[in-house]
Design a protein around this ligand. Structure first.
Ligand SMILES: [Zn+2]
Length: 312
């Protein structure tokens, strides 16, 4: 029987694995909501998206999202959604956009539908969880979890307490999310818990990168810190997402913009564009640095790729 209330088609694949945030029991349909089969806690479903939060979580996230950084983030997410649904701009307009000053190693790890990582074994789309996903979607098979009803979010929940049964997903990933959570160790342990044994985890975290409140920003990890954070994976591979030159260029851009007046905003925006146009060729110096044994000490960020142990 199809789940009622109607869940979005992506999260409907999880019906049966959804769990109560309070007591971790299975959930059942109940009119316009989901209810816990044990403690009767009620979770609303809004436009197909289940909101699996306790009152405490709801209040904490509301405080973050109503801060200055939180309001800016919500505005950006809304703009990203309307840009993606607006009439397609002519392709030449992308040439007017200044190039990024950060050179990304391994761009194939991010290309939709991240087929390198998440290729299905038997043709069925892999059950993939994106922790902190939205407002963009990396691939169509991705089920996104975030703290609010933003565009392209399939379920609202707290990554510290993922309301999903153990051993559910073929793959779990998070892109520049773990620096924004209060307890990254707990979130990683939850990401591994919901992975099937042998399932793939991929995560990226910035290192030398400016403070960015989305809606908060708490932590950076060194290469050694990444190894420790993801030690629950079977022989995880840790590498740089961005090298030292990218990190310095991005920091220099931010520093120089900081020395300009904040208003009108156009001044900093124009400077940012000019800086990127002139400085971007330097980012290719990161190519020879890719194998330098000391490059990690100033890296822009790191990724980890590993599997949940089969005997877990
Ligand atoms: Zn319950």
């Amino acid at each position: 029987m199809p789940p009622t209330p109607p869940l979005g088609h992506r999260v409907a694949r999880l019906y049966g694995a959804l769990r109560c945030v309070t007591c971790h029991s299975p959930l059942r349909n109940a009119d316009d909501a989901l209810r816990c089969t044990a403690c009767d806690a009620r979770y609303p479903v809004v436009r197909g998206c289940p909101v699996l939060l306790t009152d405490t979580m709801r209040k904490t996230f509301a405080v973050h999202l109503e801060s200055d950084d939180g309001r800016r983030m919500v505005g950006e997410y809304g703009a990203a959604a309307s840009a993606s649904t607006s009439v397609t701009k002519p392709s030449w307009t992308r040439w007017l956009k200044p190039p990024p000053v950060m050179y990304r190693y391994h761009p194939d790890l991010l290309k939709p539908p991240t087929s390198v990582l998440f290729d299905p074994v038997n043709g069925a789309p892999p059950l993939t969880l994106s922790v902190g996903g939205g407002p963009y979607r990396v691939g169509d098979h991705e089920i996104t979890l975030n703290i609010g009803l933003f565009p392209n979010v399939d379920m609202v929940a707290d990554a510290h307490d993922i309301p999903i049964a153990d051993n559910t997903f073929d793959a779990v990933f998070s892109l520049a999310v773990l620096e924004h959570v209060a307890d990254p160790y707990r979130v990683v342990s939850e990401m591994i818990r919901v992975l099937k044994p042998g399932g793939i985890l991929y995560s990226e975290i910035p290192f030398i990168f400016f403070f960015h409140g989305y809606p908060t920003d708490y932590t950076r990890f060194t290469r050694e810190g990444m190894k420790r954070l993801f030690r629950g994976l079977e022989s995880p591979e840790v590498g740089m997402t961005h090298g030292p030159v990218s990190a310095i260029l991005q920091s220099a851009n931010m520093l120089m913009a900081m020395c300009l007046p904040a208003r009108p905003r156009l001044i900093r925006k124009a400077f940012n564009g000019l800086f990127r146009c002139f400085a971007f060729p330097l980012k290719y110096l990161d190519l020879p640095l890719r194998t330098h044994p000391d490059a990690h000490i100033l890296a822009g960020g790191f990724y980890v790729l590993g599997r949940k142990p089969s005997d877990a």
